[in-house]
Design a protein. Structure first.
Length: 93
């Protein structure tokens, strides 16, 4: 997919196509006139968490954030990283 994005020179906006719920993973078939479009919404948070677990010593981080003298401030980039931060800090650590 990424390789194709490097060759893109334009994109078009389809008017009248129903909205897709991006908050939930799943498959959608959209119909606009005679055209059909298949859309796959994927949840990458589990993949991201697995990658983070390979890159960092999660046991050591878990011990660090559990210390009473440790404080952590996270800037989730206005929500772009929010689901990933919630998964790693809220569920894994």
């Amino acid at each position: 997919v990424y390789a194709h994005t490097k060759d893109m020179r334009e994109y078009r906006i389809a008017r009248g196509v129903p909205d897709v719920d991006l908050a939930h993973a799943g498959e959608h078939e959209l119909v606009c006139g005679d055209a059909k479009l298949h859309v796959s919404v994927v949840d990458t948070t589990d993949d991201y968490a697995a990658l983070v677990a390979k890159c960092f010593d999660m046991d050591a981080l878990r011990e660090l954030v559990a210390r009473p003298d440790f404080e952590l401030v996270v800037d989730a980039m206005h929500g772009a990283a929010g689901p990933y931060v919630k998964k790693v800090l809220g569920e894994i650590l």
